[in-house]
Design a protein around this ligand. Structure first.
Ligand SMILES: Nc1ncnc2c1ncn2[C@@H]1O[C@H](COP(=O)(O)OP(=O)(O)OP(=O)(O)O)[C@@H](O)[C@H]1O
Length: 300
C-alpha cells in the first residue's frame, strides 16, 4: 500500500528557490531517504506533508488524507522529528514527554519508556540544560512514542554520537519491520546508507533521481591506494589501461579507480611488480550516487 503520495508539488519562493513539480510515492514498510544539499527543498517538502504550508499547485496525501485540508486527521498516525527542535526550555524532558503523551491522548507510556531506555536518556533535566544530543533524543521519544504508521524525520541524527546513531539505525530497522513508512531527510549520506530502501536526490527544488539503495551500492567502483617499491614499477603501472586518479612520485604511490570487471586485470598487473602496500579507499554513498547519476542511469 502506498502511504505517502506527493504529486507535482510546487511552491515557488522566487529566485529558483522552493520546490518544483515534485512527485514521489512511499510505500508501507519502506524507509525512504531524501537527500540533497543545503537549500535543496527538503524541509519545504516536509512542511507540505505536515500541513504547515499550502502548495501553489499539486499536493500531497498521507494514508489517503490530503496533507493540507485534512492535516489534523493525519496527526494521530504521524510522527515528526524536526531538524531544529524548539522545545519549551523551562520544562524538564520528563514533563515534555508527559505533556506530549497527554496532547496525543496516550495513556500507555510503555513505548516512551522503552525509547528512553534504548537511547540511555535521563529526561529529568531541564531542557535548557540539555546538550543538543539529549534534546535530539527527547525529540525522537516524542516522535515515536504514539507508534505512528508514518514517520517524517528531518536530519534525525543531528547531535547524536556514533553509538547513539547506531541505536537510531536499530530503531529504524525495528519500525520498518512493523510496516511503518519512514521518510528521512538528510545531507549526510552515512545516515541514509544503513537504513534506506530507496533514495531520492533533490537539488534546487527538483527531483533529480530516485534509486534503489542496493543499486547505488552495486554500481560502486573500488578505489585502491597502491604503493610500489621501485620508481620503475611506479611508472610502468601508469602505462597500463587503468584509470589512475592520482600519482605521487615522492612516495611511489597511486590512487586508482577499478570497475568490478577490471579487478583480475589489476591483480595480474600487480603480480608483475613489487607492491609495498595496497589499501582500499571506501567510497561514500554520495560518490556512488553521483557516479551512477553522471553515467546517465536516471531512474526517476
Ligand atoms: N518561507 C520562505 N520564503 C522564502 N524562501 C524560503 C522560505 N522557506 C524556504 N525558503 C528557501 O527555499 C529553499 C529551500 O529551503 P529548504 O529549507 O526546503 O531546504 P533544505 O533542503 O531543507 O535545506 P537544509 O539542508 O539546509 O535544511 C532555500 O533556498 C530557502 O532559503
Amino acid at each position: 500500500m502506498t502511504t505517502i503520495i506527493i504529486e507535482k508539488l510546487t511552491k515557488d519562493y522566487g529566485n529558483q528557490k522552493g520546490v518544483f513539480d515534485l512527485s514521489l510515492q512511499i510505500e508501507e514498510g519502506e524507509v525512504f531517504g531524501f537527500l540533497g544539499p543545503n537549500g535543496a527543498g527538503k524541509t519545504t517538502t516536509i512542511r507540505h506533508l505536515l500541513g504547515f504550508t499550502k502548495a501553489q499547485s499539486g499536493g500531497a496525501a498521507i494514508l489517503g488524507l490530503d496533507c493540507w485540508s485534512e492535516a489534523k486527521k493525519i496527526q494521530q498516525n504521524l510522527g515528526y522529528l524536526p531538524a531544529e527542535i524548539a522545545f519549551p526550555e523551562n520544562m524538564t524532558g520528563t514533563q515534555l514527554i508527559q505533556h506530549t503523551a497527554k496532547m496525543r491522548g496516550i495513556r500507555d507510556t510503555a513505548k516512551a519508556e522503552e525509547l528512553v531506555d534504548m537511547f540511555d536518556l535521563d529526561p529529568s533535566a531541564k531542557i535548557k540544560r540539555m546538550s543538543k544530543g539529549m534534546k535530539q533524543k527527547v525529540g525522537i521519544v516524542c516522535a515515536f512514542m504514539h507508534d505512528p504508521k508514518v514517520l517524517i524525520l528531518d536530519e534525525p541524527t543531528t547531535g547524536l554520537d556514533p553509538l547513539m546513531q547506531s541505536v537510531f539505525v536499530d530503531l529504524i530497522h525495528q519500525e520498518k519491520q512493523k510496516g511503518k513508512s519512514i521518510l528521512m531527510s538528510s545531507h549526510l549520506f552515512e545516515e541514509i546508507e544503513g537504513t534506506c530502501d530507496r533514495i531520492a536526490m533533490i537539488k534546487q527544488g527538483r527531483l533529480i533521481s530516485v534509486m534503489d539503495a542496493q543499486s547505488v551500492k552495486k554500481f560502486d567502483r573500488t578505489t585502491f591506494k597502491i604503493s610500489f617499491r621501485s620508481l620503475h614499477d611506479f611508472h610502468s603501472i601508469q602505462q597500463e589501461e587503468f584509470h589512475i586518479r592520482e600519482a605521487y612520485e615522492d612516495t611511489l604511490h597511486i590512487v586508482i579507480d577499478i570497475d568490478d570487471h577490471q579487478l583480475n586485470m589489476l591483480l595480474r598487473a600487480l603480480a608483475k611488480r613489487e607492491v609495498a602496500a595496497l589499501r582500499e579507499i571506501k567510497h561514500s554513498l554520495e560518490d556512488s550516487f553521483m557516479n551512477f547519476y553522471k553515467g546517465g542511469h536516471d531512474h526517476v
